[in-house]
Design a protein around this ligand. Structure first.
Ligand SMILES: [Zn+2]
Length: 79
């Protein structure tokens, strides 16, 4: 049996007057998580853990922060 395990962490700054999104859910708060894309640290950490287990790099490999395509990209939240 081949078992693979991945670990993911993500760190962003808190900033006033921006949405706080955790795991795709908007949470009422005076501060949100700033980021190039959506700043959703839970989703980012899960993606990093999955990619790590697959030995496929990290989230920056597929969604680089220097690509304007992902700037302030919002995924499932705000629905
Ligand atoms: Zn992130």
């Amino acid at each position: 049996m081949n078992i693979r395990v991945g670990h993911g962490i993500d760190i962003h700054q808190l900033k006033e007057n921006i949405p706080l999104i955790l795991a795709g859910v908007k949470i009422e708060s005076d501060v949100g998580i700033d980021g190039h894309s959506d700043g959703d640290i839970i989703i980012h950490a899960i993606v990093d853990a999955l990619l790590g287990a697959l030995n496929k790099g990290d989230i920056g490999t597929f969604f680089p922060s220097d690509n304007l395509k992902w700037k302030k990209f919002l995924s499932l939240h705000h629905i």
